[in-house]
Design a binder for this molecule. Sequence first.
Ligand SMILES: [Ca+2]
Ligand SMILES: [Ca+2]
Length: 183
Amino acid sequence: MEGVMGILRLRIKKGTNLAVRDMARGTSDPYVVATLGHQKSKTKMVDDNLNPVWEQDLTLTIKDPTVPIKLTVYDKDTFSEDDNMGTANVDVNPYVECLQMGSDLDHLPDGTKLETVQPNEHNHLAEESYIIWNKDALTQDMVLRLTDVETGEIEVQIEITPIEDHRLSIFQNQIGLHGSKST
Ligand SMILES: [Ca+2]
Ligand SMILES: [Ca+2]
């Protein structure tokens, strides 16, 4: 667990109005792959559905706050390579900023709104979203507009549970991570 700042649970809820990648059938068989650095995790595939409900949790660990989580939707195909149905990135930095509040977080009541995140060209948000402190974790519900595709949005919830010992040293980690290698 060395260098780990927090455990990140990504709930992949559903997709809306996704792109057609099986032209003959006019549909797709979508699943979502989440990557963060070298970590990779994916949802099950939903057959024949452009508005799939996955409701599946993927778990990743945050080590470097400058690396975004990349979500890619694919259409599962049997006789050819799976088709790309768009991507969206989740910036981890706003959570790291919240984690820097350190032990102050412990005194906050559940449901405290820590930050409002507006849609911009980097975060792929389709609408305004909030980082909430709830039950010893940061959570955020978001609707992400997929890029590199003609249509589609996905709904995800992110939940980050801070690792106690690393709370105070997060800032140092942020500065020292690049170029330093633990052996
Ligand atoms: Ca296909
Ligand atoms: Ca397919």
